[in-house]
Write a protein that binds this ligand. Structure first.
Ligand code: CTP
Ligand code: MG
Length: 385
């Protein structure tokens, strides 16, 4: 069976407020539309995004999808554009999903596909739990019986030709979902269990709830890093991406930024991807005097590649001199910039060793780091955990 999905992302998010359209907002480390696409990708062989090509292409980079098609004035027009683009591929089934719904629980699509064996349409829905009131001008007019009432969610699943025909024949008021077209045609649409967490990002306050929910689908991973470099006259002193004044600096094959090296190892450790030497072998001339910023950007890229997000990192520099505290805010800001995370997730601090050992004697500087990374629970071999 050939399963396609339409991801509608052509809305402007007027209820959400100013700024870039809500579906491109980054929540829990990824654009909302990316979460939505990643949730559908395992089930579909064709993914048809609808909306603005440049923004969608960027948010979905690395994911297999058909060429983006422009949307229309209403959601229904946008779905129709997606159906027309899919028609030449003749899929059997189409899932229609709002790009603004990033959290699709794992059971939803299998339940929809099972329901399609007996129905031409199926949607996830949640029974209304609250007492319902109809009101005008802030005053209740009536209590509406909530029995038999459900809130409809997406993805909604349909026999492809049935939905395409209904969209092409459709006249009259625009439907806010696709099941309505089948209802109006007298076709039975099955309900499967929806989920309270499958929230459509509509108002600004939905973002915090979604972030909690999305992070709840991830598991924490922790890594540690440790590094030492020798102090030598005439070398630059670059610590955590910041160049400090003075005529003594750290020696090494690269720029010897001991703080960044420890942090990279912590990140690679959290991802179980070895250490900095594995990714950038020390003997290679390409890394001679290299700016360590490059290594940290690479580590950040490895987090992104597995759909993860850096929760926090903590770097401790171990030295008598230079005094780190006055430079810590600049170091924190630089590391955060290189990692693409808010500065509040990064800590840089320092300690001496009471003049004991190599650090105490001023022969070298050591650094240790801890990084905590949130990754999708299906990633990095954790699925069986
Ligand atoms: N959508 C679309 N084309 C439209 C309108 C909406 O593709 N002309 C998409 C939205 O991008 C969203 C989904 O349909 O993924 C659900 O719509 P809604 O939540 O209403 O989003 P917006 O229309 O963007 O928001 P608002 O109604 O607040 O303006
Ligand atoms: Mg809308």
């Amino acid at each position: 069976m050939r399963i396609a999905a339409i991801l509608v992302a052509a809305g402007s998010g007027t209820r959400f407020g100013a700024g870039p359209a809500k579906q491109f907002l980054s929540i829990a480390g990824r654009p909302v539309i990316r979460w939505a696409a990643d949730a559908l990708a395992p089930y579909v062989s064709l993914l048809q995004p609808v909306g603005e090509a440049a923004a969608i292409g960027q948010a979905l980079s690395g994911l297999d999808h058909l060429a983006v098609v422009p949307g229309g004035a209403t959601r229904q027009d946008s779905v129709r554009a997606g159906l027309d683009a899919l028609a030449p591929h003749a899929p059997d089934v189409v899932l229609v999903h709002d790009a603004a719904r990033p959290l699709v629980p794992p059971g939803t699509v299998p339940a929809l596909l099972a329901a399609l064996r007996t129905h031409r349409g199926a949607i996830p829905a949640v029974p209304v739990a609250d007492t319902l009131k109809r009101a005008a001008g802030g005053v209740i007019e009536a209590t509406v019986a909530r029995e038999h009432l459900y809130r409809a969610q997406t993805p909604q699943a349909f026999d492809f030709t049935t939905l395409l025909d209904l969209h092409r024949r459709q006249a009259g008021p625009a439907a806010t979902d696709d099941a309505w077209l089948l209802e109006r045609a007298g076709l039975a649409v099955a309900l499967v269990a929806g989920h309270e967490e499958n929230i459509k990002l509509t108002y600004a306050e939905d973002a915090a709830r979604l972030e909690r929910g999305l992070l709840g689908t991830m598991v924490p991973r922790v890594g540690t890093g440790f590094d030492v470099h020798v102090l030598r006259a005439g070398r630059p002193m670059i610590l955590c991406g910041v160049t400090l004044p003075g005529d003594v600096g750290l020696d090494g094959h690269s720029d010897a930024d001991v703080g960044i090296h420890a942090l990279c190892d912590a990140i690679y450790g959290a991802l179980a991807e070895g250490d900095i030497g594995r990714h950038f072998p020390p003997g290679e001339t390409a890394w001679k005097d290299a700016d360590s910023a490059r290594f940290l950007r690479h580590a950040a890229g490895r987090i992104a590649a597995c759909g993860g997000v850096l929760a926090n990192a903590d770097v401790t520099l171990i030295c008598e001199r230079p005094k780190i505290t006055p430079h810590a805010p600049a170091m924190t800001a630089r590391l955060a910039e290189l990692l693409g995370v808010p500065a509040g997730r990064i800590s840089v601090k320092a300690t001496t060793t009471e003049r004991l050992g190599f650090a105490g004697r001023g022969e070298g500087i050591a650094a240790q780091a801890v990084a905590s990374v949130m990754v999708p629970w299906t990633g990095l071999g954790t699925a069986a955990a």
